[in-house]
Ligand binder design. Structure first.
Ligand code: JFZ
Length: 444
């Protein structure tokens, strides 16, 4: 009898699991994935009361600030210089096609008018719904909006904090209650997907709080997140809304894109990216302008315009979007160093965007000299690292027959020799560019 019961339970478990594993994206969702893949460049915005101490968005955890003390920040959040229109046009002028906005980070503060938590923007002196201001402006200026939403919460009592890797010193005493926390998240996500127009995607983060660290063999979660319920709700409310989750694992059923943090797909320099790039889903990689996501007043390790353009080109060459972050200041302004860099990238994209937007990558393995992007009957060979005395580069495995080659800028003829083993492209006589010399190959 007991045996039979176990059999019954395992069959039931199997059946429900199989059900959870099936996800058939709608046609409009598949279309949205394609649009997203073509976008190639977006703006990540980490902003909230955590910006005030000028010590990054992890300040609550890193400085062991209790919930009681952290709540004081709510009384200080009054960004008098915030101008949603200026942020959105800055992103557009940088050549970005979407914005991914923090709506609620690990500190649990909600940047919109939510009914489900009093720890929200309406209870600051600012008293304005930031998600609404930015969403309206994005819709007006025709740029897509993704919302970042943290699964991890350092403030709420019902978040299963006992098993969490972080947020252990915020003064919570009670026991977590995941059923209650899950309901809270569903309520909030329903608000976000109902009151702010079309939401292009939801960017989840914090799953890893309930697993052993990256690089550990067993990364199974300590709680059952029941993500299928959350994903189902999102796709029910807005079927084309793309779901991504920064869990640093192979994508789960129900997810529509795969993300990498501080690494190009296939790389693992950060120690966060052990996962293999998906062959089916659109890819995205996010990176910071200095070394911080949220505003950090002492972090001046700004990446150069050239480095960031290289990151964008390298991402496109690996079939991935680049989500570039800014951490605006507590007054609502974006620091001039970031504004300048974005302007310069925008200028570069005005001239060279044709070789990035709507292209495909992974034409050949990334090479020492750079990468190739492809569009229609054209291949764009991006020479990112060639020295002046190099007289040719060699690219392996081009399947298509090259008809002609020229520089993308200026269109002067480029000599090449295509053979069975690969192709030589000769650099003598062509004007190279310190950032990226692009050779266009017209193919059959
Ligand atoms: C996460 C956030 O914690 C971070 O604040 C930022 O929003 C970034 C985009 O995403 O970064 C991580 C993810 C995983 C770990 C640490 C930071 N981890 O596993 O320790």
């Amino acid at each position: 009898m007991k045996r039979l019961f176990f059999l019954f339970v395992s069959v039931l478990f199997f059946v429900t699991n199989v059900k959870a594993q099936t996800y058939t994206p709608t046609l409009e969702n598949l279309k949205a994935r394609e649009v997203f893949s073509n976008d190639r460049f977006g703006l990540f915005i980490h902003w909230g009361p955590f910006s005030i101490p000028g010590d990054g968005e992890w300040v609550m955890n890193n400085r062991n600030i209790t919930v009681k003390n952290y709540r004081r920040l709510m009384d200080f959040f009054n960004p008098i210089d915030f101008d949603a229109a200026a942020w959105v046009s800055m992103a557009k002028n940088a050549g970005m096609k979407y914005i991914t906005l923090i709506t609620r980070h690990h500190d649990g503060f909600s940047m919109w008018n939510t009914k489900y938590s009093d720890f929200n923007i309406m209870n600051t002196p600012f008293k304005k719904d930031v998600v609404k201001l930015i969403a309206d402006e994005c819709h007006k200026q025709g740029i897509q909006l993704f919302l970042y939403y943290s699964l991890l919460d350092w403030t709420r009592e019902d978040y299963p904090h006992e098993t969490g890797r972080t947020g252990q010193h915020t003064g919570r005493k009670g026991k977590g209650d995941y059923a209650s926390y899950l309901q809270f998240m569903k309520n909030q996500l329903t608000e976000l997907l109902t009151n702010y127009g079309t939401i292009a995607g939801i960017w989840f983060d914090g799953y890893w709080d309930q697993t052993a660290p990256e690089g550990t063999v067993d990364r199974s979660p300590r709680i059952n997140w029941r993500l299928d319920e959350i994903y189902g709700l999102i796709h029910k409310l807005q079927p084309r809304c793309l779901i991504g989750n920064n869990h640093h694992l192979t994508p789960f059923p129900g997810e529509d894109f795969q993300m990498f943090e501080k690494d190009l797909p296939g790389q693992n320099r950060s120690g966060l990216s052990f996962q293999q790039p998906s062959q089916q889903l659109p890819l995205e990689t996010c990176e910071t302008m200095n070394n911080s996501w949220g505003f950090n007043i002492t972090d001046t390790s700004y990446k150069s315009v050239k480095e960031l353009i290289h990151y964008l080109v390298n991402a496109a060459g690996r079939n991935a979007n680049f989500l570039l972050n800014v951490g605006p200041m507590p007054n609502g302004k974006i620091q001039p160093e970031f504004v300048y860099t974005l302007q310069e990238i925008g200028q570069w994209l005005k001239e060279n965007g044709k070789t990035i937007y709507g292209t495909k990558g992974n034409i050949v393995e990334p090479q020492k000299w750079g990468v190739i992007t492809a569009e229609n009957k054209k291949l764009y060979v991006h020479l990112l690292n060639v020295t002046e005395n190099e007289t040719y580069i060699f690219t392996p495995d081009l399947k298509e027959k090259i008809i002609s080659a020229s520089t993308f800028a200026g269109g002067s003829k480029v000599k090449f020799k295509q053979m069975h083993e690969g192709t030589f492209i000769y650099l003598d006589g062509i004007k190279t560019n310190d950032t990226d010399t692009i050779v266009q190959l017209n193919i059959q």
